[in-house]
Design a protein around this ligand. Sequence first.
Ligand code: AMP
Ligand code: MG
Length: 501
Amino acid sequence: MTTAAQPQTKKARTSYRALPDFFFADARPSPAKAPQWIAYNHVLAAELQLPTVLAASSNVPTPTAEALEVFSGNAVPEWSQPFSQAYAGHQFGHFNPQLGDGRAIMLCEVLNQAGELQDVQLKGAGRTTFSRSGDGRSPIGPVLREYLVSETMHQLGVPTTRALAAVATGNWVYREKAEPGAILTRVASSHIRVGTFQFAAVHGGTERVKQLADYVIQRHYPELAAAENPYLELIATVLQRQANLVAHWMSLGFIHGVMNTDNTSVYGETIDYGPCAFMDHYAAAQVYSFIDKRGRYSYVNQPIIAQWNVTRFAESLAELIRLPTEADEALLARLSVVLDSFQPTYQQLWLTKFAQKIGIHAPLASDRLLIEDLLELFETHSIDFTLGFRLLAHELSPNEHTQTTTNLFSQPELFSAWKSRWLKRVDHRSKALIERVNPAIIPRNHFIAKAINEASSSGNLAMFQALLTQLQTPFDSVHLTTELAQPPAAAEQIANTFCGT
Ligand code: AMP
Ligand code: MG
């Protein structure tokens, strides 16, 4: 393809490709038969300094035909050297030494307006060195789900990979039945996972781990380079970011679904959206993923698993951290000091976030019980998590609203004792705080399912587009009167989600 208008005319080496080729393999997207746009994210595109062929002007609804060729895998710009990353990972607790990007191909790195390097990656563009028995493809369903959920997460303020583009390939993808294929173009601060470190440790040893750790420090945490023990600090930083991420998920009722170490970003972004879901009614042990038969990745287990994943990260770095002649016990003791900080760190973040959800700016230790009692009430009476918190704002100006948390209960008395305790802890700023941190809408599972069904059965994207538009402003009160704000009726409830890979 011509690249006359490109800022880069030569091959632009990505920073990742400067690592030894132990860490990646060249890849080539497979052609798509009849590519068509599903979505293009103009706002994100404007934030990234995209090469012109991938960019679009904001006053045209779709970018150029050339961009469609690239985002569908039909053309690789001459400045791009596409590759797939190697990684390993614990999947449901079992170590797999050889995973890697089986259906993802990195196109390039770009700088965003803040000057941060971002990966641009095609997901579902065909087989790679790491595909094992997979086809490297993706049906349209997971692409639409990831697009909707990751963009909502961004609007909700959660660290996350983004969706830049989605195209239908015109190829069939064969799962339980034939489904229309699609490709998501994903943007991430990086795609380096705990599993990338595990891969380095198990196949490469300390030298490779050091190369990767130095790269991660340089790319993500340059301030650590000057620390007395940068690698120990790296563990502490990754821990802090994972604790923060999971506290944020918990505060929104988000269930990732597949918290394997290969789906755990060392930068602390939500990555690899598969059978993920937001809860409707609150249930601590909620699991949606069809493959999670034992509930390993249930809502309530997420902080425990995050700590487990960070522990696997620390193990991968252990030899790098060992002092000359240091015995195992001494090394372990030093690592334990860091790892043991996970739960207190997380608990503090949880308290801060949930206190804000109920309108408390500066929580006291005793507010933990108040929050736990509210969650218990929600669980006992199957109260919708999102609405239950959001409508607390209306309790503070009851004359203006008929929709209140009280009205979600079958009888007001069930809520009144808790409400009296809570009213002693709120002030004039609480209503605004509640409305700032609690979304009015989330991408509810039954709506996602309907949007996916419409798109995959008849190519109708109307519902997907309507959801995407509405979810741009999840905190806005205007949405409270819409269908999307309402919990599913019993018959609409989704019990299982599939990653559909
Ligand atoms: P996940 O946990 O779904 O992110 O994926 C686990 C592993 O399976 C990763 O190494 C993926 O690249 C790989 N994988 C998933 N789906 C496919 C597919 N359709 N073709 C090839 N590899 C895949
Ligand atoms: Mg994955």
